[in-house]
Write a protein that binds this ligand. Structure first.
Ligand code: HEC
Length: 687
């Protein structure tokens, strides 16, 4: 038997053996389901973003064409739909849920949770939603303001809604996951506010809370009355100083994986908050359970095991990247493993029975650590990794080697297809931790030095890598544009789909990386592709739109593609073999042109004070006022030319319903500092 066949049979055996264990999970979520549906974010519990469908395959993919497109009236399209019985469920923008006929693209219903109206300061975190969940006729979605909502899949009517957060600035951008009549959700915000990460499981029928697990300890001696209390007792010993005043971090903002073989749920936990250890953790300690994989009992939430990727993280190396489950032969024995490529640049193979590390190697350029010690499971840090008050160029950047766009795994090729970024960033601590006085709800919270700067178009490069988890080497790779390309989908037809920042959707040969098909979507392809079948026809669908989310916060490295948040549309595009549809007429990419604005007298003292104030605006309007796609480029806007117009937008919030938050607390002077800073950047000045 060839190695490839051995792979398939082990995988199928694992899936079959898995069925009778512990709970009775719904068969549509199991790895041996037929692929007609795509019922959860990663399709099955394994989170492998793999469809067994093979109608579209290497031999005929050249004949793939547009079946239909649907224009979306939303702001953010870093999202992918679910498909159940031929109906697509898509959450986009600020969690606006759409049900769409998968064959025709007809909108069946739409539900708007009106998140902007209630988000308040939490709106400042930007983002928008990346996905949703389905379970027994219900659709589940989280919102920017922290609600978890259950809708009737038939008609979009509200079944229940739970407020899962109670701190301004804590938001939900990730998809919930479901298992055993429970729906679990985490949240984000550790880069903006003092928060402790946690996950909560709710009853899918009633919305009643079943359990909550805090990821980092609170104030010593104070119990939460949650299942995490006993683990927090010993986790506390890994912290120093008065971390609880600053939150600690560990926000579970993205990846969670349910494992039916062990009836556990794995949480990919977030980075430290704030990043500066002088503030958060002055006498050292690993800071459990930040930047870790945390395994919990799915029924009770009880601690099972953890593996910490980045002890005492100071680089924003969260572990919130997908954890893909597989059973593979290692040294002739089938092992139940997970593949995990967190932000810190290593690709980990972990034994999911006990959390033991099997192997870890660098997936891209990494200089904060030499290697991962396989005995202890700990990184061997380089001498300069714990940068001081002078900037040190560290690889990877806080964007990570692998950010949230999901990897996929094909049991046929045995390869993991990872979208990766190769980019460094200079890190520097504050000169004195006592100077820490952050502007809340901004990246200033992290406690590092920041300045006035664009991210140049050549600051980093990206690749799609086909990673062999057995050899821990790339079998093939292709260079991709910019740093914000979509997640990947592997298929039974031997293909890997990925959407790119330049507006192209590609299908590559899963074995060789040969580029077999591409399609110009007329705007960036931002969502991870998914596939489903209806009436025997296989479809591939992707969300498109201007670059958004964190990449939209970058400057020229994202802006170079010319997608403007105001001008370019958001769409869902769906493909099938033999179709000949066309994407509706769309404005060409444009690079925004700064207004010189000679009519305004520039005050350079005000402008210089605006450098720090700009932290409030940077996430959406870009570093150095170069917008990457989340929001308009303010160098080109006439509004900052007058105080009155600027004040109406920024302090009175006249554009709030369009996603421009209201900054009611800003004084006239602060507004003037920001306004003059914007105008100075429009004239090309540096600080
Ligand atoms: C969460 C994202 C976000 C943040 C943070 C944000 N903005 Fe905006 N802003 C937007 C969006 C989105 C729009 C476009 C709204 C629309 O389509 O009308 C916008 C529009 C504007 C406009 C109008 C531009 C024009 O030509 O119409 C101004 C001025 C502006 N923002 C200033 C600011 C300032 C100043 C800050 C910081 C104090 C800031 N914004 C922070 C998202 C944001």
């Amino acid at each position: 038997m060839t190695k490839r066949l051995a792979f398939i049979s082990t995988w199928m055996l694992a899936a079959v053996v898995a069925l009778p264990v512990v709970a009775q999970p719904e068969s549509m979520f199991m790895d041996n389901s037929d692929g007609a549906d795509w019922p959860s974010y990663g399709r099955t519990y394994a989170e492998d973003h793999y469809t067994p469908l093979e109608q579209i395959n290497k031999a005929n993919v050249a004949d793939l064409g547009l079946a239909w497109s649907l224009d979306l009236d939303v702001g953010n399209t870093n999202t992918s739909p679910l498909a159940v019985d031929g109906v697509l469920y898509l959450a986009a923008g600020y969690s606006i849920v759409h049900a769409i006929d998968g064959k025709t693209g007809e909108l069946l219903w739409k539900y708007d949770p009106k998140a902007i109206a209630v988000a308040g300061k939490t709106l400042r975190a930007g983002w928008g939603i990346r996905g949703l969940a389905y379970w027994e006729g219900k659709v589940f979605v989280g919102t920017q303001d922290g609600r978890l909502i259950a809708l009737d899949a038939k008609n979009g009517e509200l079944i229940w809604s739970q407020q899962t957060t109670d701190i301004a600035g804590v938001f939900i951008s990730g998809p919930p996951r479901v298992f055993n009549d429970k729906v679990i959700i985490g949240n984000g915000g550790a880069d903006f506010v003092a928060m402790r990460g946690y996950v909560t499981a709710y009853n899918t029928d009633t919305g009643a809370k079943e359990w909550r697990f805090y990821i980092v300890p609170g104030k010593p001696g104070e119990k939460d009355g949650e299942v995490s209390d006993s683990a927090m007792e010993w986790a506390e010993d890994t912290w120093s100083g008065e971390w609880w005043k600053y939150g600690g971090g560990g926000a579970a903002w993205n990846a969670m994986t349910y494992d039916p073989e062990f009836n556990r749920v794995y949480i990919g936990t977030g980075n430290s908050g704030p990043y500066n250890e002088d503030i958060r953790n002055p006498d050292g300690g690993d800071n459990l359970f930040i930047a870790s994989v945390l395994a919990l009992d799915a029924d009770t939430g009880e601690y099972a095991w953890h593996y910490q990727n980045t002890p005492n993280d100071i680089w924003d190396y969260n572990s919130a990247q997908d954890m893909t489950l597989a059973t593979i032969n290692i040294d002739g024995k089938p092992r139940k493993v997970m593949f995990h490529a967190p932000k810190n640049g290593f690709f980990y193979v972990i034994d999911r029975e006990n959390g033991k590390l099997i192997s870890a190697e660098k997936l891209g350029t990494v200089n904060w650590a030499e290697s991962i010690d396989l005995e202890t499971g700990r990184p061997v840090e380089t001498p300069f990794a714990r940068y001081g008050t002078e900037p040190v160029l560290i690889w990877p950047s806080f964007q990570g080697t692998h950010f949230w766009p999901p990897q996929s795994y094909s049991p046929k090729t045995g390869l993991v297809y990872v979208p990766i970024i190769d980019m460094p960033v200079p890190f520097a601590r504050l000169d004195d931790p006592k100077d820490y006085d952050p502007i809340l709800f901004t990246p200033d919270f992290v406690g590092l030095k920041s300045g006035d700067g664009d991210v140049p178009a050549d600051a980093g490069v990206s690749y799609l890598k086909a990673w062999d988890p057995l050899t821990q080497k790339a079998k093939w790779q292709v260079k991709t544009p910019g740093i914000s390309n979509s997640g990947t989908m592997a298929t039974g037809g031997g293909l890997v789909f990925q959407g790119l920042a330049d507006g192209y959707l590609h299908a590559y040969d899963a074995d060789s990386g040969a580029d077999l098909w591409s399609y110009y979507a007329k705007v960036a392809v931002t969502g991870p592709p998914v596939s489903y079948s209806a009436d025997g026809v296989q479809y591939v669908t992707v969300a498109t739109g201007p670059l958004n989310g964190a990449p939209g916060a970058f400057g020229s490295i994202s802006a170079q593609f010319g997608w403007d948040s105001r001008i370019h549309p958001r769409r869902l595009l769906t493909f099938k073999l033999g179709a000949k549809g066309e994407v509706p007429a769309t404005p060409e990419p444009i690079v925004s042109k700064a207004l010189f604005g000679e009519e305004m007298n520039l005050d350079m003292k005000l402008a210089a004070a605006g450098v720090k104030q700009w932290a409030r605006c940077q996430l959406c309007h870009g570093p150095g006022v170069v917008a990457g796609g989340n929001a308009p480029d303010l160098r080109a806007s006439a509004i900052p030319l007058t105080f009155a117009g600027f004040e109406q937008v920024v302090r009175q919030g006249v554009l709030e319903q369009k996603g421009m938050p209201k900054f009611a607390e800003l004084t006239d002077q602060e507004l003037e500092q920001i306004r003059h800073y914007i105008r100075a950047k429009a004239r090309g000045l540096q600080f």
